[in-house]
Design a protein around this ligand. Structure first.
Ligand code: GLN
Length: 267
C-alpha cells in the first residue's frame, strides 16, 4: 500500500518536473523570439542580406531579362538594401504565396506591386505607399463588353490572389477563372477562352503593347496604392523601409526610377 502511494507521488512529481522544464523552454523561446523581432532581425537571410519575395511577370514592376529578375520594384528594393548596407537577394514565387513566405520568415519583404488592403494588413504591415495603380478591364477589340456593368454573367480571368481576383468575385453571376500568372490570363483572353481580364493598369499596358488584338477599357475599377509588405511586428525594418522611401522621394532617386520604367509607357 505504502509502496503504491510512494510510486504515485513519484509519478506526480515527475509530471510536475517535466511540466516545469517545458515551461522554462517555452518561455525561453518566446523571450528569444520577441527579442529577435525587437531587434528587427532578418530571419530570411544573413545580416548582410535583404531578402525580398516577388513574382516576375508583372512588367515593368518585376520581370525577367534572361535569368535576371529586374524592374521598378527590384531597383527600389536595391536602394532600400543599399541604405542598410546590405545586398539584395530576390526570391521568386507565385504572388499568392508571398504573404505566407513573409510570415514564415523565408523573406524579409514582399515587393511585388502589392496593393495595400485592409484585409492583408491584418496579417502583415505595410510601408508607406510608393505607387498609385488601378484595376482595369481588358477585352478583345470589338468585344461587346464596354464597362463593368457588361461583365455580369461573363467569364473573367484574373491572377490568383490579386485585388483583380477579389474584384471579379464581386461581379454578379460572373465565372472567375483564376490563373497563377498574369501572362496566362492574357493567353486565355487572346484565345477567346475568357471574355475579359481584370488586372493592374501598369502591367496591362505592357501586355497590350505586344497584343494588338486586345484593348483596355477606359473605366478605372479601383484606386489602389502599392506598398511594401513587412512581417508584423518587425518595427525596425518597417521604419528603415519608410525612411528609405521618404529619402528616395526627396533626393530624386524615386523620380529617376519612374522615368526609367514609365518614361515610355509602351517600352
Ligand atoms: N496589385 C495587385 C494586388 O496587389 C496585383 C499584384 C501582382 O499581381 N503582382 O493584388
Amino acid at each position: 500500500m505504502r509502496e503504491m502511494k510512494k510510486h504515485k507521488q513519484f509519478v506526480k512529481s515527475l509530471k510536475i518536473g517535466v511540466g516545469l522544464i517545458a515551461l522554462v523552454f517555452v518561455t525561453g523561446f518566446m523571450l528569444w523570439d520577441v527579442n529577435r523581432s525587437d531587434l528587427g532581425a532578418n530571419t530570411a537571410g544573413s545580416s548582410s542580406e535583404l531578402v525580398i519575395g516577388t513574382d516576375p511577370g508583372f512588367k515593368p514592376f518585376e520581370y525577367k531579362e534572361g535569368s535576371q529578375t529586374v524592374g521598378f520594384d527590384i531597383d527600389l528594393a536595391r536602394e532600400i538594401a543599399m541604405d542598410q548596407n546590405k545586398t539584395l537577394r530576390v526570391e521568386e514565387m507565385a504572388f499568392d504565396g508571398l504573404l505566407l513566405a513573409l510570415q514564415s520568415g523565408r523573406i524579409d519583404l514582399a515587393v511585388a506591386g502589392m496593393t495595400k488592403t485592409p484585409d492583408r494588413a491584418k496579417n502583415v504591415d505595410f510601408s508607406q505607399a510608393y505607387y498609385s495603380a488601378a484595376q482595369m478591364i481588358i477585352v478583345k477589340k470589338g468585344s461587346e463588353i464596354r464597362s463593368e456593368a457588361d461583365l455580369v454573367g461573363k467569364k473573367i480571368g484574373v491572377q490568383l490572389g490579386t485585388t483583380g481576383d477579389i474584384l471579379a468575385h464581386k461581379i454578379f453571376k460572373a465565372e472567375v477563372v483564376q490563373l497563377p500568372q498574369t501572362a496566362s490570363v492574357m493567353q486565355e483572353l487572346n484565345s477567346g477562352r475568357i471574355d475579359a481580364a481584370i488586372m493592374d493598369n501598369g502591367p496591362a499596358m505592357q501586355y497590350l503593347a505586344n497584343n494588338p488584338k486586345l484593348e483596355m477599357l477606359p473605366e478605372k475599377l479601383t484606386d489602389e496604392d502599392y506598398a511594401i509588405a513587412i512581417r508584423k511586428g518587425n518595427k525596425k525594418l518597417l521604419q528603415q523601409v519608410n525612411k528609405s522611401l521618404s529619402a528616395m522621394k526627396k533626393d530624386g532617386r524615386y523620380e529617376k526610377l519612374v522615368k526609367k520604367y514609365f518614361g515610355d509607357a509602351t517600352k
